[in-house]
Design a protein around this ligand. Structure first.
Ligand SMILES: [Cu+2]
Length: 439
């Protein structure tokens, strides 16, 4: 039988045959089914029998055995079917990938069936009546509506999860910049999509009209080059000015800010407050040892009042200036709620100055979450313990901040003093010996 004869079969019949093949069970599975049914009924009979025959003191099986258990064990009754929770399967990406793949296969099959239908029509000199232009035009219109609704839904539902009022003064400026950019690009997005898909629908291919040949128009070229260039230049300039206002702080303003140092290392943040003089003592990596984790140079008197912070506590509405370092590799200082992020680079201090505008208590009310906390994170994938680089950040009133700071311990404590005295005595004795030897 040749291909032409196969194609002569009525298209609906062809479709039915394909569907039947696709949905039919293989013979062996039906056989397996009937075997299972037979063994199940046999097992029920055997089970009932043994329950009746067994002495009451030692029952062989429990009488509340269910039929699913019996069919699972294929006749045996002493291995209960384990309860398996498959709900996670429906949450995995693989499951949805498989669904998508099956959908594509389904579309492919439908396409092939339609192709067979068209070919049979051609062979019989009855051209296909499917109007592909109309179908594709309609699909464009459907995509326009579904796509715009999807964009709106994503912004409304997922946007609400991620867009929050920022807790720092400069963050509010970044937010308004983001909003202006989102509004401008949103308008352009909606308009261009209506034009793109709407035109594809309205001017879909038709036998009744010819396409209008329109190769070039200088005026249009100018408009679509100059208008986006101006809009983008304004947005970029606005972003540049905003960024400069955040990062370029005058020296006078730097001095007004509370000075705090943060040093990243695998895998923790070390916090140092500058103390009463608001000046951090200098550091030297050569001085790093077990008792001097940051390598603070205690010859510099500015370090004597530096305080160790187990966590970060900040006063509300006061500028704070962070000096950011790293002891080993690149880390990244990141407090999401404050919209503050900058890399921590070994050997090169970076700075970030900001002013918190809501206390922790206030943000808990705003977020409707009584346990919410600001957190300092590391935004560089810096190794296996990266997730652990978290420090609680608490914003409190000025008074509470002062009270907290007085309770924090000094780096330059009695142990350090003793150690330094001993080292000084040792080196003095060493130099005396040298002098004695010379004489
Ligand atoms: Cu890190």
């Amino acid at each position: 039988m040749g291909l032409s004869k196969v194609l002569n079969i009525k298209p609906i019949f062809t479709l039915l045959v394909i569907c039947a093949i696709a949905t039919s069970k293989p013979a062996y599975s039906q056989q397996a089914d009937s075997t299972a049914k037979a063994s199940t009924s046999g097992a029920i009979a055997a089970a009932t029998d043994s329950v009746q025959k067994a002495p009451m003191s030692a029952p062989l099986i429990s009488t509340d055995v269910d039929t699913t258990m019996l069919s699972w064990t294929g006749g045996g009754v002493d291995a209960p079917r384990p309860e398996v929770d498959n709900s996670d399967v429906y949450k995995s990406a693989g499951y949805y990938f498989l669904l998508f793949f099956l959908f594509c296969v389904f579309l492919g099959i439908v396409g092939k069936v339609l192709r067979v239908y068209e070919l049979t029509g051609d062979i019989n000199n009855k051209p296909s009546k499917i109007n592909w232009n109309r179908i594709q035009g309609t699909l464009f219109a459907v995509m326009l509506i579904a796509g715009l609704y999807g964009a709106y839904w994503s912004f409304k539902v997922q946007g609400a999860m991620s867009i929050h009022e920022t807790a720092s003064v400069h963050g509010a400026r970044l937010d308004s910049m983001f909003n202006i950019t989102a509004i401008i690009t949103g308008i352009v997005f909606v308009l261009t999509h209506i034009l793109l898909f709407g035109f594809s629908y309205k001017y879909k291919g038709s036998d009744k009209r010819n396409a209008y040949y329109y190769p070039h128009n200088n005026a249009i070229e100018r408009i679509w080059t100059i208008v986006p260039a101006i809009v983008l230049a304004v947005l970029v300039l606005y972003g540049f000015i905003t960024w400069r206002s955040i990062t370029n702080i005058s020296e006078a303003d730097q001095k007004k800010a509370i000075s705090i140092e943060v040093t990243g290392e695998q895998f923790k943040w070390n916090i140092r407050y500058a103390g009463a003089d608001n000046k951090l003592g200098i550091k030297n990596y050569k001085l790093i040892k077990a008792t001097n984790n940051l390598g603070i140079d205690y010859k510099d008197k500015n370090s004597w009042d530096d305080k160790l912070g187990g966590e970060i506590v900040l006063p509300v509405n006061r500028p704070v200036r962070f000096t950011i370092n790293s002891k080993d590799i690149l880390h990244s200082f990141y407090i999401p709620d404050m919209k503050a992020q900058i890399n921590a680079v070994p050997g090169m201090p970076t700075y970030f100055q900001f002013t918190p505008r809501f206390t922790t208590e206030e943000i808990r009310i705003k977020r409707n979450n009584p346990t919410y906390n600001y957190t300092l994170l590391c935004a560089k994938i810096c190794g296996a313990g990266h997730y652990n680089m978290q420090v609680k950040v608490t914003v409190v009133s000025e008074k509470e901040y002062e009270a907290w700071l007085t309770k924090q311990s000094l780096f330059y404590n009695d142990d350090v003093k003793k150690e330094l005295q001993m080292a000084a005595a040792k080196s003095a004795a060493g130099s005396e010996n040298k002098i004695a030897l010379k004489n």
